[in-house]
Design a binder for this molecule. Structure first.
Ligand code: NDP
Length: 396
């Protein structure tokens, strides 16, 4: 019998939904490129219903308990008295998510003496100290691609919301007003603008593809260049240095993983290379930007707007400056947790657990670290070596 310790965000404030806005979600069998969406032997939830919060338990309870395992789900994750930290020494498997991250730093991993598998129900395992996990031979896996396109949709929405100044206009009508001049005084068309992405992986490339029909000029920076035919199809310009990109665009969307090379990359100096009145959307990880440099740039006008759904730490304190800075269009970390995305990452988590308990290989593309090294998707996204702390893993 194994103990599976799962940390999920709390239930809705008015309880688990008794009904839903829609009766079903589209069935998607393959991602662009051909990879199959998660395909466990079975699922015990209705796709399109809320499984990502505590009482949904990712739909895993019947499967795990029938197999004789102990399944504990909690949202209580902060500090030594939290349920998560108290149960950590008993856990064989930890399931956590980027939206409500159960930070697994080196101290916590040292307490987790039985831990063999850390699963991210979603994409992005920077909340796990990968260097410490490698040192301890813990397998780290995530559900690669499960919510990448969900995030791409959110990023495009936030780019348009900023450039067109949607939220302030919406606030005007909610408040009973009708001053059109107030609504348009910061509102522009995106058409003709130069739009760049930092990292053209699954999300960044999908953002480029989705923006192309808007008649913008596209550009990107990545460690590796896209194939020439893809660049041509998208009509996108490659910059081999992030500074060349920041200086050349009006709108920038960040899609790189959080790793030592990207930690606080967007500081006063880099943001200072951008055109006055630029926009940044960051749905990757908050620690890629310097929190206070963003506030300063919005106040000075260097940035005309900042949006995203990632914060540091999560949840952010009530007085986090991004809650009150000017010209923001922030959301809580939700872009990768739509009901559509949940169905995929819950099924993918089940697929990973089935392989783990059956003793069969976990899909290569789901693996981040195993056998004391970065492997699979982790070998592309991260650079951690044994003992090297991951910058996002402490929550401090
Ligand atoms: P991918 O692995 O498909 O893409 C990541 C891309 O980043 C790759 O093209 C990779 O290049 C590139 N890259 C790696 N290191 C650097 C670097 N130092 N500078 C520039 N580019 C770099 O991942 P996804 O697109 O699916 O996800 C990207 C990130 O988005 C995740 O790591 C996660 O942090 C975040 N995310 C956020 C979510 C949310 O809910 N807000 C949900 C899902 C993901 P190469 O492979 O060529 O080395």
């Amino acid at each position: 019998m194994a103990t599976v310790l799962c940390v999920l965000y709390p239930d809705p404030t008015d309880g688990h939904p008794p009904t839903y806005a829609r009766d079903s979600i589209p069935e998607i069998a393959r991602y662009p490129g051909g990879e199959t969406t998660p395909s466990p032997r079975g699922i015990d939830f209705v796709p399109g219903q809320l499984v990502g919060s505590v009482s949904g338990g990712l739909g895993l309870r019947p499967y795990l308990e029938k197999a004789g395992h102990r399944f504990v789900v909690t949202s209580d994750k902060e500090g030594p008295d939290s349920e998560f930290e108290r149960l950590l020494p008993e856990a064989d498997v930890v399931i956590s998510q980027p939206f409500w991250p159960a930070y697994l730093d080196a101290d916590r991993l040292a307490k987790a003496r039985r831990l063999r598998l850390a699963v991210t129900a979603g994409v992005g395992s920077d909340h796990v100290d990968l260097g410490a996990a490698i040192e301890r031979g813990i397998t780290v896996a995530e559900v690669t691609y499960s919510n990448s396109l969900s995030v791409a949709e959110h990023a495009v929405m936030q780019i348009l919301a900023l450039v067109r100044d949607y939220l302030p206009a919406h606030d005007i009508v909610r408040a009973g007003g009708w001053n059109i001049a107030d609504a348009v005084k910061r509102s522009y068309d995106i058409e003709g603008m130069e739009v760049g992405v930092v990292a053209a992986g699954r999300i960044g490339r999908a953002v480029l593809e989705r923006l192309k029909p808007f008649g913008v000029r596209l550009a990107y920076f990545d460690k590796h260049r896209l194939p020439a035919d893809v660049e041509k199809e998208l009509g996108t310009t490659y910059h081999d240095d992030v500074r060349a990109l920041t200086a050349a665009v009006d709108v920038l969307s960040i899609h790189a993983p959080l790793q030592p090379e990207t930690y606080r990359l967007f500081d006063d100096e880099l943001i200072g290379t951008m055109r006055r009145g630029s926009y940044i959307v960051n749905t990757a990880r908050a620690a890629i930007v310097d929190r206070d440099a963003v506030v300063r740039a919005l106040e000075s006008g260097r940035l005309a707007g900042y949006a995203g759904d990632v914060w540091y730490p999560q949840p952010p304190p009530a007085d986090h400056p991004w809650r009150s800075m000017p010209h923001e269009a922030m959301t809580p970390h939700m872009s990768g947790s739509s009901l559509s995305a949940q169905a995929r990452y819950a099924a993918g988590t089940r697929e990973i657990l089935e392989a783990f308990f059956d003793g069969t290989p976990i899909r290569e593309e789901y693996l981040i670290a195993a056998g004391g090294a970065l492997v699979g998707a982790g070998a592309h996204a991260y650079t951690a070596a044994a003992g090297q702390a991951s910058p996002g893993s402490t929550g401090r």
